[in-house]
Design a protein around this ligand. Structure first.
Ligand code: MN
Length: 472
């Protein structure tokens, strides 16, 4: 039986919008099951947190361009999958873009993806996330709204109440609600408790709500932000069967007070802080409930849209689909293991052993290093080797300290161990040179050179001061 879903209703207008006649994506064969094939269950694909257009301050323009390809590839896999399995619904849970003003090239690319879904008969529902919703609503718009303007997606933009849409698929009414995050909420607010209207789902066999907030117990311990409590999730169990949640970059599924809560995780890892994060998305299959009889379909067709019998809940099953992210690795070297004799060659050999051309590699130096060894270490050579052998290389020195072997030189407060500051080391070496200078002229030249070098060097200190941990 042919499915009767079209989104948008008028597909002809989309052909007019298409400005790229060479777009072969639109010419792909229709992937949905052919007539005669056993009808699949209504299927929904849910992805979130793609962070397209993400900026990495320390990447070169070429690295950044390639990195953004990886980010796009994560999202594209979810869309290929939805089209490939003949999904009926596609939901994205926010942070589609890393910011509210993505570059045009990313917008155009994303527009093409949602057009592909629409052309394949997949209805898309989108909400913004904390990254792509402008902080000031007065002067901005969530970029996802472009896709609603194009007629290829429904975008829920009201953060003060849940908006709903009902899709009717194979005789099942599937209600999709959306609640984007409200940037005005304070950390003490429970987003479900401060809504202007109580959450009230329309009549349907399946009620699915998508949002982009932290949920109690799933928040990073250092984060402080508006969080949906378990109690307020349990309180909507008569209105919501499944709660789909973006924002938390950790794939998991749980039952909270009778509501199935699903976090798909991100479609790509964002930083070294997400090394252990599983990337992917979710597939939901929506089956008629056990008492669902064929004659219920006649009720669907009533022109007044009312139902005369209470219809059984659909049975929804979810599963996680894995996406292989860009290879990313962190290697830690204990400073105590670094030999005094040619420490640079020793470290470079270690870097070489764990390098790969597609990989984002972080080498972390951890612990106290004798000052003599530190002065022998050619940091730039290590960075050059790591950068040559990997897609991107980061040398993390935040846990590296220097230790004075000579008694008496040790700063009393730190017991002979201090945090490495290249700037302090330059100053220290210059001071020694000045003290040993042959005459006042030489001494003043050294002093001037020291001031100049330290002045030029200052901005680079920022590299050593990047805080650990990443936000979602
Ligand atoms: Mn995110």
């Amino acid at each position: 039986m042919p499915r009767s879903l079209y989104w948008p209703p008028n597909t002809r207008s989309m052909a007019v919008i298409s400005s790229e006649p060479t777009d072969t994506l639109l010419k792909r064969p229709h992937p949905r099951p052919q007539p005669g094939a056993p009808p699949a269950m209504p299927t929904l694909v849910f992805a979130s947190d793609s962070h397209l257009n993400k900026h990495y301050a320390r990447m070169t323009p070429d690295q950044l361009a390639k990195r953004r390809e990886y980010l796009r590839d994560g999202l594209e896999q979810t869309i290929d999958y939805a089209i490939g399995v003949g999904a009926d619904l596609y939901v994205h849970g926010g942070d589609l873009f890393d910011g509210p003003n993505p570059r045009a090239v990313e917008l155009i690319w994303a527009a093409r993806q949602f057009k592909r879904l629409a052309e394949a008969g997949v209805r898309s529902y989108l909400i913004g996330g904390n990254h792509d919703i402008p902080k000031s609503r007065q002067f901005g718009a969530t970029p996802q709204r472009l896709f609603q303007t194009m007629g290829v997606a429904r975008v829920f933009t009201d953060s003060t109440r849940v908006e709903w849409d009902v899709a009717q698929i194979d005789g099942l009414r599937i209600a999709i609600g959306g609640l984007p995050p409200d940037p005005r909420l304070s950390p003490d607010d429970d987003p479900f408790a401060v809504l202007d209207e109580p959450i009230q789902a329309p009549e349907a066999e399946a009620r699915i709500l998508v949002t982009h907030y932290a949920v109690e117990g799933r928040l990073h311990p250092l984060a402080s932000e508006a969080t949906i409590s378990h109690a307020s999730i349990a309180a909507v169990s008569e209105q919501v069967d499944w709660l789909l949640v973006g924002h938390i970059h950790e794939a998991t599924e749980m039952d909270i007070g009778g509501v199935r809560v699903l976090f798909p995780g991100p479609t790509e890892r964002m930083s070294f802080g997400e090394l252990d994060v599983r990337c992917g998305f979710a597939q939901l299959e929506i089956a008629p409930g056990p008492e669902h009889a064929d004659d219920d379909r006649r009720i669907d067709g009533r022109s007044d849209g009312r139902t005369s019998v209470r219809r059984p809940r659909a049975v929804i099953t979810g599963r996680h689909i894995h996406i292989d992210p860009q290879p990313m690795r962190r290697e830690t070297l204990r400073a105590g293991d670094i030999p005094a004799d040619d420490p640079t060659a020793w470290i470079v050999a270690h870097v070489r052993a764990v390098s790969a051309p597609d990989q984002i590699l972080q080498l972390r130096l951890d612990g106290p290093l004798p000052r003599e060894t530190y002065h022998q270490l050619r940091i730039r050579d290590v960075i050059a080797a790591g950068s040559d052998l990997n897609f991107f290389f980061d040398l993390d020195r935040r846990r590296l300290t220097v230790r004075d072997e000579t008694a008496g030189l040790a700063p009393a407060a730190t017991g002979g161990v201090e945090r490495v500051s290249a700037r302090a080391e330059i100053a220290r070496v210059a001071a020694t040179m000045a003290a040993n200078a042959e005459d006042d002229v030489a001494r003043s030249i050294i002093d001037e050179a020291r001031a100049l070098v330290l002045d030029r060097y200052a901005p680079m200190i920022v590299d050593d001061d990047v805080p650990e941990g990443a936000t979602s």
